[in-house]
Design a protein around this ligand. Sequence first.
Ligand code: 3EB
Length: 347
Amino acid sequence: MPGSSCRYRRCAGVVSLPLGARIARMNTQMPVGEPGGENLEPRRRESVLGLVENSAIDSSVDLELHGATSHLHCEHLPTPSSGHDKVLIHETSEGDTWLQIARHQTGDESLDDVVFASYRDLFSCIKDKVGSLVRIWNYIPRILSKDKSVIRYHRFNIGRKKAWEMFGPKNADGQLLFPAATGIGTVESFFFIRALFSPHSVIRLQNPRQISPDKYSRKYGPLPPVFSRASILLKPERHQLFVSGTASIVGEDATYIGNPVLQTEESLTNIRQLIDGDNCRRCGYEGEFTLDDMKSMHVYVKRAEHFDCVRKTIQNHVRCPITYKRADICREDLLVEMECISGRHTS
Ligand code: 3EB
């Protein structure tokens, strides 16, 4: 159905959030017909004009892949706590729900308070619905700057963890349940959450090569990030895989500092091991995925001058459509981060 994503954009327009995309002009024209890499045939002809700045509003996260078709039902709700809040809910034709919250940080608020309030609102919006939180994107303005000597990504983690402990989903044993997530810089000035939840059940994956984020040591912030490395949404007809933002981290530390190509390779290795049959089984899922199964990928590049070498590296391994964004990534040492989506029919 033509225009489904336009409709989505128009819905976003209802809440009058400013459009923030900018083009970073680069001289990266790819000669037509250049092979995509050593191992793969060229995927398609492409002409690359530049790298777009990561924008919360501009990032349609493959909504059409997930049943967010023309049957979208949009609701714009006033939120419980303040006039600055904007909440938008889309229900998809498959029964899933996308929820978006934007919140400005006012002069007397800290980012951790803004994030806490946003997550409190998110949990209060989904409280009465049967369903599981599947995937969250967090767009964090000036993610690497400091506010009162605390890195804003760490402030974000403080607010999210506190809200999760008070209002977040837990299992029968009281253990907190974390969805797949991305926490990334954005050009917009407001903090923005996009969340997908669903009446179907979810399997959460952890990565054997990486420490679970909620167990990161205090050198990465006073309170840890809380997310799982991937979610698998079990629908009757198909299983959908959402891989979290994945970077060149082994254990809890960044590897190949300063080398965008090797960081890209390491991130892909992390994804491969996360989704392989052994790890899926360990995490309670009888099945497997491969990079060849991917339906779409988003790649965030911190420095525009690394775009070319990152793209060449990725294209040796991945054939699905890839969206590249220029974005600040949550640690100084990380140059690249990527996330992807897949699905398999259950028949
Ligand atoms: C990492 O593995 C890299 O804070 O929600 C990736 C995905 C990262 C999600 C988040 C952070 C987040 O720690 C950064």
